[in-house]
Write a new protein. Structure first.
Ligand SMILES: Nc1ncnc2c1ncn2[C@@H]1O[C@H](COP(=O)(O)OP(=O)(O)OP(=O)(O)O)[C@@H](O)[C@H]1O
Ligand SMILES: [Mg+2]
Length: 364
């Protein structure tokens, strides 16, 4: 992708009044803070700008995701509900971090392999031939190979189209890894000790994309996390599921003495539907950890994921892109530490009729 100066001002914006001006961009070029804008070879128009792979230097200068001062940040995306944008949000965080010049590694933990696909893994496949495709898939090695002692973590890391973005691909053998973990001592800590620790020496951000089913890999992800992001669909079928999920999270947090930050983000809000709006309001009123914003249902979100891009990269400056940037800024821990102190949100209790999670029924 190629971005003109005008598009860059929008890519790193969080509201309609862009923080970066084209004059700011030109000043940075003069001061040699990043490469000079150049012409796009694939476009006849004489527009000056930068290609995706050069954006990290601009992001570092003008972006809203500042590096953390005390070691890498581990973000997990998990909730026990499918199709609520866990993978889409994980992809957006990972790509935008990389575009901010932060060395980022995605570790997919879902046997469906969605984030691996969303990162463009399959698009590297050069032929349409089924046999070649199967051979290529079988050559992909991931966390199970690390678990089995056949591969070191650093050998499992693959590159992407962005210079600061890397990933460990998901493979169907994650099922075997999950089962294998059940029979190990300290099974909840395998990911943290074997995978995250070595990655922490190389990366500033680690993004874990989880499956919707709670299994041993999820417990491992929670143990390793600084921040848990749980999307809450603004649809009626998510309601009961959410209350159960919240009880499970409280339980696992207590049992394993975990202290990750948790944010709920309402997703798939359809503003034209009253029920969807009412559910959004309910989350805002009743869920203290819920962010005061939502990811709406829109085709640009779908298209960006299909193109292996973050929404702000795909459609900079659109309401969909601004909404995504606002979400990313809101969950970015270093911003929370440096931003002006916010009044503590009032803690609201769920109704008495809420179903209680039974102790000890989350997978151990
Ligand atoms: N803003 C959006 N509006 C509507 N659809 C979107 C939006 N963003 C992404 N999508 C699409 O929604 C679909 C489901 O999203 P996604 O795969 O991220 O859900 P998930 O919670 O990870 O699902 P699973 O539990 O199966 O892993 C994807 O096809 C994605 O492209
Ligand atoms: Mg997913």
């Amino acid at each position: 992708m190629f971005y003109s100066r005008a598009q860059i001002t929008k890519l790193f914006s969080v509201d309609e009044h862009s923080l970066v001006s084209t004059q700011d961009l030109m000043d940075g070029e003069k001061q040699k803070l990043y490469p000079k804008a150049r012409r796009n070879d694939q476009d006849d128009r004489r527009v000056l700008g930068w290609a995706s792979e050069d954006l990290h230097a601009l992001g570092r200068q003008f972006g809203f995701l500042r590096p953390a001062s005390d070691g890498p940040l581990v973000y997990s995306f998990f909730v026990t509900k499918g199709g609520v944008l866990k993978t889409a949000l994980a992809l957006n965080l990972a790509r935008m971090c990389a575009l901010h010049g932060l060395r980022t590694c995605v570790v997919g933990l879902d046997m469906q392999c969605d984030i691996t696909t969303a990162l463009g893994h399959l698009s590297e496949l050069e032929s349409d031939d089924l046999e070649a495709a199967v051979r290529w898939m079988e050559q992909t090695r991931g966390l199970y190979d690390v678990f089995a002692g056949r591969l070191e973590v650093k050998q499992a890391i693959l590159e992407t189209d962005l210079p600061n973005l890397f990933y460990i691909p998901e493979t169907p053998e994650l099922v075997a890894l999950e089962q294998g973990l059940l029979h190990r001592p300290r099974r909840e800590y395998w990911l943290q000790e074997t995978v995250i620790k070595p990655l922490a020496q190389q990366f500033e951000v680690i993004v874990l994309d989880c499956s919707p089913n709670w299994n041993q890999l999820i417990t491992n992800a929670l143990v390793a996390s600084d921040v848990l992001i749980s999307p809450l669909e603004c649809k009626i079928n998510n309601f009961r599921n959410f209350k159960m999920f919240r009880n499970f999270i409280t339980q696992v947090r207590q049992d394993l003495r975990l202290n990750f930050r948790q944010f709920y983000i309402p997703t798939r809000l359809t503003t034209s539907r009253r029920l969807s709006r009412d559910i959004f309001e309910w989350y805002q009123t009743n869920v203290a950890e819920c962010l005061p914003l939502a990811i709406k249902d829109h085709t640009q979100g779908e298209e960006a994921t299909a193109m292996h891009l973050a929404v702000p990269e795909y459609a900079p400056g659109t309401p969909a892109a601004l909404e995504m940037n606002q979400f990313l800024r809101a969950i970015w821990l270093p911003n929370l530490l440096t931003d002006a102190p916010q009044p503590k949100p009032e803690i609201r209790h769920l109704a008495e009729s809420e179903p209680r999670g039974e102790p000890g029924i989350w997978p151990s």
